[in-house]
Design a protein around this ligand. Sequence first.
Ligand code: ADP
Length: 150
Amino acid sequence: MKTAVFPGSFDPFTIGHKDIADRALKIFDNLIIGIGFNINKPGKFSVEERVKAVAEIYADEPKVKVLAYSGLTVELAKKMDAKFIVRGIREVKDFEYERNLADTNAAISDVETVFLPARPEYGFVSSSMVRELIANGYNPSEFLPAPGNH
Ligand code: ADP
């Protein structure tokens, strides 16, 4: 059983995130979508709202589990018996930071990181862009997979 954790703030979960999760499901038997939160940095959507929105999308998919976590992603991976972390790469400049994260995680655990390239048509729709659109009165629903997200 190959299990992976897909970590992120997912504030909110966009269609680009969903694309990465769906592609990860072709590789792994189980996918834990880990919604990272920091009590000192509340987001636009509460962590409960984020968990609910993503859980609704995958309600009929037993291979996906959605949960909130704080702390190191490798600790979540260990707890969930996952040997892999999945990350989406949107732009080339993401790569340096992500490689550093992957190498650090590999140095402190036996958890490996798998990168999946974001499709260009979804890649520009980052969570922060969606938050910006919402804050400025736009309805970004066409970019979002979940009705609960806007
Ligand atoms: P983080 O702060 O951990 O990067 P995000 O929620 O922004 O949290 O992103 C979670 C993961 O999804 C990251 O690997 C990120 O590169 C990827 N990602 C973010 N936006 C998109 C998108 N529009 N398409 C594909 N992948 C994305």
